[in-house]
Design a protein around this ligand. Structure first.
Ligand code: HEM
Length: 234
């Protein structure tokens, strides 16, 4: 009698979005560092609501705190690469996934679809956001302090694009936290899953409010001169 062995994992499964290890890594990177970075980023940007002095101080601090090569290496390893992996594997999962209207309730199918639609929106939003701020600042010295950002937001369409970006990212993260806890076995029973879902929706509303406060902050104050000339390399 032949001995049965488990089917061997092969690299093709990765491209269908059902490779176990890649899927777990995708799930983990969504929480850390990508999710963690999102919360921190919106928190620091909300300083705009307190005034240009506070917003400029925080941007300046992150631009001069470390020698430039260390700063760029940390950005690459802790933000860009994990986000790129999460986004690209997210596209693979989205491409191969199907909502199941017969097995699951409408709300579950809606959450499933919104997780994917928000992921795709965030991807294109982040391409624009990172290019128009961080990359343009490094390449062309574009002003990313209060005055520069306020000037950008004179375009009302951009304000809409940013508001949707904040809401989509907040939903994606908190619906993701709910999925994550099920996937990793932290919430097993139906009651625990329902309770956590409610808390995650509270988290979604609070994080959206934080991000929208940051955006509104650019309409609350008069600008002050940006400290661009003192930034320099270290
Ligand atoms: C702000 C940036 C992002 C954050 C904070 C984030 C966070 C998360 C989290 C926490 C999860 C749940 C992981 C799990 O199901 O165990 C998740 C899932 C997912 N993310 Fe992202 N993500 C981001 C960007 C993206 C982008 C750009 C895409 C590109 C399409 C994407 C596609 C997906 C997909 C398809 C899932 C569902 C995976 C599944 O159900 O198996 N995400 N994300």
């Amino acid at each position: 009698m032949g001995v049965q062995t488990a089917p061997k994992a092969n690299w093709r499964e990765g491209f269908k979005g059902d490779n176990y290890t890649l899927h777990k890594l995708h799930s983990l990177t969504g929480i850390f560092p990508v999710g963690y970075y999102l919360v921190q980023h919106l928190f620091f940007n909300s300083f705009a609501a307190m005034g240009p002095k506070y917003f400029n101080a925080i941007v300046y601090f992150f631009n001069v705190i470390l020698p430039k090569p260390v700063l760029y290496a940390m950005e690459l390893l802790l933000v860009i690469l994990p986000l790129l992996f999460h986004a690209l594997y997210g596209f693979v999962i989205t491409y191969h996934g199907k909502a199941n209207i017969y097995r699951y309730r409408f709300s579950e199918n809606l959450a499933y679809t919104l997780q994917r639609v928000s992921g795709v929106y965030i991807f294109f939003f982040l391409l624009y956001h990172v290019y128009s701020t961080s990359i343009s600042h490094k390449l062309y010295g574009t002003d990313i302090y209060y005055a520069g950002m306020q000037a950008q937001f004179q375009n009302p369409w951009l304000v809409v694009v940013y508001a949707l970006g904040v809401i989509a990212s907040s939903y994606h993260l908190f619906n993701g936290v709910w999925n994550f806890c099920i996937r990793w076995g932290f919430t097993v029973g139906e009651r625990a899953q329902r309770t956590l879902h409610r808390w995650c929706m509270v988290g979604f509303v609070l994080l959206s409010a934080l991000g929208l406060t940051a955006l509104a902050g650019f309409f609350m104050h008069e600008p002050i001169p940006s400290p661009l000339h003192t930034e320099g390399g270290q």
